[in-house]
Design a binder for this molecule. Structure first.
Ligand SMILES: Cc1cc2nc3c(=O)[nH]c(=O)nc-3n(C[C@H](O)[C@H](O)[C@H](O)COP(=O)(O)OP(=O)(O)OC[C@H]3O[C@@H](n4cnc5c(N)ncnc54)[C@H](O)[C@@H]3O)c2cc1C
Length: 420
């Protein structure tokens, strides 16, 4: 999130057990929106939390996991190669060290039937050197979130250098003064809060904005319809502009002019957009940003190397020259480090994992993957998209591992060694 933004949730909704959010943020109160946090406040709270709770030893910074592979104890290596799953008990938590060759094909000959995971990756140290590591664990918790892979439009020209998929690129361009009020407009695609944040960021720097989204402004699924106005005034300002400053309404001499390519295509296939005087008045309401134009029910056809973007609306094609494009239509997890990108773990194994459409299938109490004993998942990966829901996942997993640990200790004290 950019520095000037506020979180959607109130700060206290994102606090962790045992440390009062208000205590650490000095009970700051700014105005009606003040109970929402700035990114700086919430990240400081989490950093301080780790220190206050003495958790530093549990964190290894700058470490990237590149592969998580299941090994099996007492099973033949062919099982792995054929992709068979081991339905045994995942065993206790913590890391286990085994005599593996490290290529994912060796098995411990005299072990029990439990699963063991080999986790590989590297740690980035000073001067960006990568130090590889490999460790073995009886249980692995996937908590890698869902922000790593931006959703793409899949249209021609999406890899051109002026097309970006993260709002941070806009912040960077503004701070480096690559964009200003004289630049061609920025094209922002998407009708969610990230796109709204980008609109706010551009408007606050007086950069002209073209805002394209597929939904109609009346669509009840628009996130703005679910946010109370008093708590989220900035998002309602964006929504107001989305409704009142549409291309049709703004097609005045000062409004955005399509490039000639569009005029020629347009003239052939669609009627020219009509100016609606009544709505135009709404578009210039106090507090709104005049150099903003929305394109509801439009989608992108292509981006051209000459920085023209071709848009498709209701029976019309339009092209606009832009300075930058931001595609902000959501993100997906990136589980590249798992077999088949972890797709087989999803509720629908035929589709990629997605926090909204296809979360990882878990046991609702233990958060263990239904298809992989010993592998757990929490957070957006299982559809828990807000910080306040994360605690449930962490508690469920901890409780499960503790119960298994106690069970195992009991068995060992009784003289059994079947799990070792
Ligand atoms: C713009 C934005 C605003 C939000 N606002 C709110 C809000 O107001 N309130 C709210 O409750 N929630 C909000 N959320 C959602 C909230 O951020 C998530 O629910 C929460 O961060 C999920 O926590 P997590 O630890 O599961 O995943 P993340 O916080 O996404 O953390 C995952 C971590 O895993 C790391 N990782 C990924 N792959 C690897 C790998 N291969 N190796 C090593 N590390 C890896 C990532 O680098 C990251 O550090 C917001 C999210 C976004 C994107």
């Amino acid at each position: 999130m950019e520095g000037s933004m506020l979180t959607i949730s109130l700060g206290i909704w994102m606090e962790l057990p045992g440390v009062n959010y208000r205590d650490l943020t000095n009970g700051k109160h700014r105005d009606v929106t003040s109970d929402r946090a700035t990114p700086e406040e919430i990240s400081t709270y989490y950093r301080d939390y780790v220190k206050l709770k003495g958790l530093q030893k549990n964190f290894v910074d700058n470490t990237y996991v590149t592969s998580i592979q299941k090994l099996c104890r007492g099973h033949k290596a062919e099982d792995l190669e054929n992709g068979h799953t081991d339905k045994g008990d995942g065993g206790m938590g913590g890391e286990g060290k085994g005599g593996f060759e490290g290529n994912g094909k060796a098995c411990v000959k005299n072990g029990g039937g439990g699963t063991l995971w080999e986790v590989r990756g590297y740690r980035q140290v000073q001067n960006k050197t990568h130090v590889p590591f490999s460790l073995f664990a009886e249980n692995v918790v996937l908590a890698t979130g869902a922000s790593d892979s931006p959703v793409r439009l899949g249209v021609e020209g999406e890899d051109l250098p002026f097309v970006f998929h993260s709002i941070s690129n806009l912040g960077l361009a503004v701070s480096q003064r690559k964009l200003d009020r004289n630049s061609d407009p920025v094209l922002i695609i998407g009708a969610g809060l990230s796109a709204a944040d980008a609109v706010l960021c551009a408007c606050s720097s007086n950069i002209r904005v073209l805002h394209v989204f597929r939904k109609s402004v009346d669509n009840p699924d628009l996130i703005f319809k679910q946010l109370p106005k008093s708590l989220y005034p900035e998002y309602h300002k964006v929504y107001n502009m989305m409704c009142s400053q549409t291309y049709t309404n703004m097609a005045a001499p000062n409004g955005p002019q399509p490039e000639s390519i569009a005029s020629s295509v347009c003239a052939k296939i669609c009627p020219k957009p009509q100016l609606s005087a009544g709505n135009l008045a709404g578009g210039t309401s106090a507090g709104l940003f005049p150099d903003y134009t929305s394109f509801p029910e439009h989608c992108v056809v292509s981006f051209q190397p000459d920085m023209n973007c071709l848009l498709q609306g209701n029976n019309s094609l339009k092209a606009f020259k832009v300075s930058m494009v931001l595609v902000l239509i959501g993100t997906n997890p990136n589980l590249f480090f798992l077999k088949g990108q972890g797709q087989y773990l999803g509720q629908d194994p035929t589709r990629p994992i997605s926090c909204k459409q296809n979360p990882i299938d878990i046991n609702q109490y233990t958060f263990e993957c239904t298809k992989e004993p010993g592998l757990f998942a929490m957070g957006p990966l299982v559809g828990d998209n807000f910080v306040r829901f994360l605690k449930g996942g962490a508690l469920g997993i901890t409780s499960c591992l503790l119960t298994r640990l106690k069970k195992r200790e009991k068995l060992i004290s009784k003289g059994g060694n079947t799990f070792i």
